[in-house]
Design a protein around this ligand. Sequence first.
Ligand code: FAD
Length: 462
Amino acid sequence: MSTLSNDQISELKSRFRGHLITPDDSHYDYARKIWNGMFDKRPSLIAQCVTTADVVSAVNFAREHGLLVAVRGGGHNSAGKAVCDDGIVIDLSLMRRVNVDPRKKTARVDGGALLGDVDSETQLHGLAVSAGVVSHTGVGGLSLGGGFGWLSRSHGLSVDNLISADVVTADGTLLHVSQDENEDLFWGIRGGGGNFGVVTSLEFKCAEIGTEVFSGVIVKAYENAHDYISFHQAYVQTLPDEMTVWLVVRKAPPLPFLPKEVHGQLAILIPFAWLGDQSEGEKLIEPIRDHTPSHGEHVGMNPWVGWQTLFDGFAEHGARNYWKSHHLKDLSTECVDQLLSFAQTLPSDECEIFIPHMEGAPSRVAEDATAFAHRFTPFVLNIHTRWRDQNDDEKCLAWAREFHQATEPFSQGVYVNFISDEGEERVKDAYTQSTWDRLVRLKDKYDPQNMFSLNQNIKPSS
Ligand code: FAD
């Protein structure tokens, strides 16, 4: 534990409006908890900021005292980078305001807001920001890495809808970044994660989606998994961008629309969302129903805010999680063989093989337009390894690693937000070589001492 004296903390307190939490504080254990229960880190100080000035003060304090710095947005990164041992956590979890401009169809979002905060405010105007699919995920970390969800095939990634942001850099300067101002940094934060500073506010273009979407989940029988997945690959590639259909292999949860005997058995879950007329959506999903038998479905018009919480229950805080991921070039027979062989040995009932379909608007943006680089691969494979008992760590980690290795021949690149703690070479895999070189030059310019190192780190060159 680093030795921050009471005098030093009092000095910060004199210019800090939020809460400064130390290990003696009764809130300390709550404040240091993050989503992934694998991490139990004990920072020396948690600076819960409530204003941009607090963030500047915390950054300056950390620099002046040579502290290790973690930045916490929604605390969801599976690699556990939002908290540290010793050092300071610059915690944005109290900075969650969302201001919507319905005329301009934009939303300005604080750096610690959660996706649910953004959905509830934008939906007052029938608008939405293209982001992720679990309402308690942080907008900060998600957007700085890329950000995809039900709207991204039609409206682009979160980074493609970012208009501007405010960034506090390592020297304590507050910079406004956009296409016209500090353009280099604006490019870098759109995929380069939290490497360049603390983002206190993000301004997004909103999509006009109304307040309900035709959406749902169709649960297919696992016995026909090979057949279904081969069909699925070709089928999703025929769909308009307004229809997004994903695929999840897992043990069926006890959903009320599934027969009891299916609960806990392997199944293929097909969640989808359609941004259009219900009757057209019904026609578009008909092939899913027709191809191989289903166990049940829950399909209809859903309020967007409700739909965006549908998967929250599968991803509650506190369980142990280990993610391994890569983009998939296709779902070839050989690839599906591997997927299904590892499905047979899921090490816990909560593990998921998650395969979103990515093509659409993101693939029409030039590869070097933002730091988010791999835009052309059709699928992502995310191996969501999730369990409760620490004694199962070894078994679960080994399964994920072996599965990942077995599917490597079918992969190309990785989404930076789905990487675990896997070292610099793996971080490089999230970028093309030219993007990486450009990111290192930016790091040299904006964070030459690598103050912001607790992330998927891009080290400065010297
Ligand atoms: P944190 O752990 O707080 O932060 C992650 C990283 O970003 C850290 O390095 C942190 O320092 C940095 N950071 C966060 N906020 C800021 C900020 N304001 N300024 C500077 N740096 C910051 N991703 C998708 O694209 N689509 C999804 O649908 C999706 N679903 C998910 C569902 C769950 C349950 C989980 C756990 C993750 C999901 N993700 C998804 C991945 C998600 O994008 C990453 O986990 C992301 O890092 C979460 O951001 P956060 O702010 O919650 O996390």
